[in-house]
Design a protein around this ligand. Structure first.
Ligand code: PSU
Ligand code: MN
Length: 360
């Protein structure tokens, strides 16, 4: 099977074969690899390395001398495989948007000194210069829709981007939010990153009409902190099977309504297409809200000092928060990313089992 659509977008053979046979596939982003994590080994976080709840194949990725960011891509792929799904790690290598990076391609991306942070807008800009980089949620959703022979339906990340604090002065709103509305993909996340203005982010998701489903929680999680009032999801499900059912139903509705629109020759570009499955951070790692807020304040001051703007804001904040929490935010960030990958894989497997799931 030739999965090469063009030299701009390439779906790996393994991912293409899984998609062709209706198998479980989970897309993974790489902006967290290239821009979200320190490029140093995990030695300072023994509690994460020794966590008995992690599959051995996942823990094995974090060797003593492996930089965290390099280990992460492998760990997420391993977590997805443990649950019986095929990982489709997305990233750009020398101008090609690759859907299903191999282990060596992942290392290549992690080791590059000049990497871009690629949202949907940036895909063509970076490709034009044959550049490389990690895809954000928005960039990865762009890729999900263009996978061959069928789009990828399930995608795992840590925390999505959203409305930044101080948006009234400077409207920094992540392209992730708009991509979520436009792409027919279920995104598994721990809500939006704690560094954001979360009430404003939830309002924006509401305005855009992105459905928020909580996995065993009524609250919209705060990435590294548990959810709490007044931020709620729209509905909550008890397990991955029910999450898959909700998503399959949304997709069936979309197909049915598109059919009837076509029959009457109407067009609409404004159906909400995506869905957010919100998973709280694993309890053993979650940070307290007041501690998180103090750390974010330090991060914001730091971002201000270095004059961070645009795509640089999120990495600067994440780094400052990690230092302010003595690395505990980092351990939690990793736990969240791995946990979400596992949940996403279980949902993907459930989706293949459910009637209509295959074509959802
Ligand atoms: N989740 C993490 N770490 C990260 C990100 C998500 O645990 O670094 C990345 C995602 O790729 C997300 C991006 O799309 O941060 C948001 O960046 P911005 O606010 O510039 O849109
Ligand atoms: Mn931004």
């Amino acid at each position: 099977m030739s999965s090469l659509v063009s030299h701009w977008v390439r779906t790996s053979d393994e991912v293409a074969q899984a998609l062709a046979s209706g198998g479980a596939v989970v897309a993974l982003e790489t902006a967290a690899v290239t821009h979200g994590l320190p490029r140093t080994p995990l030695a300072t976080m023994p509690e994460f390395l020794n966590d008995p709840t992690l599959p051995r194949s996942v823990r094995a990725c974090f060797g003593d001398s492996v930089p965290v960011h390099r280990a992460l891509g492998h760990a997420l792929a391993a977590a997805v495989r443990e649950e019986g799904a095929v990982p489709a790690t997305v990233g750009m290598l020398r101008g090609t948007l690759v859907i299903g990076l191999s282990a060596s391609e992942l290392d290549e991306l992690a080791d590059m000194s000049e990497v871009h942070k690629i949202a949907a807008r940036d895909v063509a800009l970076v490709a034009a210069r044959r550049g490389s980089g990690g895809t954000t949620v928005a960039g990865t959703l762009f890729a999900c829709q263009r996978a061959t022979p069928t789009p990828i339906k399930i995608f795992a990340t840590g925390g999505i981007g959203g409305v930044h604090r101080g948006y009234a002065q400077l409207p920094d709103i992540s392209a992730d939010l708009f991509a979520l509305r436009e792409t027919s993909t279920l995104v598994v996340c721990a809500g939006a990153k704690s560094i954001l203005d979360l009430p404003a982010t939830v309002e924006m998701l509401d305005t855009l009409g992105v459905p928020l489903i909580g996995l065993n929680t009524p609250y919209f999680p705060r990435f590294l902190c548990d959810g709490a009032p007044p931020l709620f999801v729209n509905t909550s499900v008890t397990d991955e099977r029910e999450a898959a059912y909700f998503f399959a139903t949304q997709q069936a509705f979309l197909r049915a309504s598109q059919d009837s629109l076509q029959q009457t020759q109407q067009h609409t570009a404004h159906d909400p297409r995506g869905m957010l499955l919100c998973v709280p951070p694993p309890a053993a790692y979650a940070l307290q809200l007041d501690e998180m807020e103090r750390a974010v304040d330090e991060g914001l001051a730091q971002a201000d000092r270095v004059g961070a703007r645009g795509p640089d804001v999120t990495p600067v904040l994440l780094d400052a928060v990690a230092r302010a929490t003595q690395g505990r935010s980092l351990a939690c960030n990793l736990a969240v990313l791995v946990n979400n990958a596992r949940v996403a894989a279980r949902v993907a497997v459930e989706l293949t089992r459910q009637v209509g799931g295959r074509h959802a």
